[in-house]
Design a protein around this ligand. Structure first.
Ligand code: ADP
Ligand code: MG
Length: 326
């Protein structure tokens, strides 16, 4: 369906996007995940037609979209700051998305009511935008962007301005709704938990490039580069010396970085494995997150049960959780 091919964008001769390639299939949700400033919004704006690529093409099926103006692409865009019209009420804001379509007033009213139901805002039609909570405003923005039934919906950090509880609920609702509508979507975020929750596939971005794309478990297990590993929330990134050594052992025979995935690192009762000292503990939802120092390396893992700072513990590392990074 959507294909982004070798897209390059520069501002004032600074290259912001370089050789970006990815696809979004029918009904698929692809998450663009990467740190602030890596080019996520620029990539969305380029797909939407708000930026012109100096190289590369955007395709929808067999049709090239690069020369097609934004309003004729059939794509919807929802911004982080929702960009609603403050002087129009909720219904009028949603209706705005329908004005470019050839619909009668009655048909439009019907569609607005349908959308209000969809986003759980029944009865909000005449409310002023200023009287809405952040989460409600985001739901209106979602309804407005879904109103003309876009063939692709793009959401740019829609949770950024919400507090955690609201975020979790809205994210679950958006995810359910997009799947129910079989809506093809690109969802932009810098938050890996959000990405894991909603993505069919995750595209990891760094410095204007898509470094890796795959299912959430694929990119989590093997993120590719150091930056991508950080974007995924991995903490145990270890530098090897020229002979492939570090304070927890020998890994191959050359310098580089490795990732020690948290799923393959555990604190064990036996007097085997690697000894380390607990440097910090944080209790969270039933487990204790601990940092253990081995020589100059600090490793993050979690344990069930009690553990104290300064305690000496034994760590077990499973070979399958050691991943080479570029
Ligand atoms: P993200 O959405 O991942 O935070 P952006 O796409 O907004 O990243 O920005 C990527 C880079 O491009 C940043 O360095 C930003 O300052 C720069 N940038 C974005 N828009 C413009 C613009 N209109 N003019 C010049 N530089 C821009
Ligand atoms: Mg952005």
């Amino acid at each position: 369906m959507l294909r982004v091919e070798n897209v390059k964008v520069s501002f004032d001769e600074t290259c912001v996007l370089n050789e970006c390639n990815f696809e979004v299939g029918e009904g698929e949700i692809v998450v663009l995940l990467g740190p602030s400033g890596c080019g996520k919004s620029t990539l969305l704006r380029t797909v939407a037609g708000l930026e012109n690529p100096e190289n590369g093409k955007i395709w929808w099926g067999a049709q090239e979209m690069t020369p097609v103006p934004p309003h004729k692409r059939g794509f919807g865009l929802m911004f982080q700051n929702h960009a609603l019209f403050p002087h129009r009420n909720v219904g009028e804001n949603i209706d705005f998305g329908l004005q470019i379509l050839r619909m009668t007033t009655a048909e439009r009213q019907e569609r607005v009511d349908e959308l209000l139901k969809m986003v759980d805002l029944d009865g909000f039609k005449n409310r002023k935008i200023g009287s809405l909570s952040g989460g409600e405003a985001q739901r209106v923005a979602l309804a407005r962007s879904l109103a003309p039934k876009p063939r692709l919906l793009m959401l740019d950090e829609p949770m950024a301005s919400l507090d955690r509880t609201l975020r979790d609920r809205l994210l679950a609702d958006i995810s359910d709704l997009l799947r129910e509508l079989k809506q093809a979507a690109i969802y932009v975020t810098h938050d890996h938990d959000e990405a894991f929750f909603i993505a069919d596939r995750i595209a990891l971005m760094h410095n204007g490039k898509i470094e890796r794309i795959g299912s959430p478990s694929e990119v989590w297990s093997n993120p590719g580069s150091e930056e991508s590993a950080r974007s995924m929330g991995h903490e145990n990134l270890i530098k090897l010396d020229n002979s492939g050594r570090c304070d927890i052992g020998q890994f191959g025979s050359s310098p580089g970085m490795i990732l020690l995935r948290e799923d393959g690192l555990s604190v064990v009762p036996e007097e085997t494995g690697i000894k380390g000292e607990v440097t910090s503990t944080v209790f969270r939802s039933g487990v204790t997150l601990v940092k253990v120092r081995v020589g100059k390396i600090e490793l993050s893992t979690s344990v069930q049960g009690s553990i104290k700072v300064s305690e000496i513990v034994n760590l077990k590392i499973s070979d399958s959780a050691v991943v080479a990074l570029s």
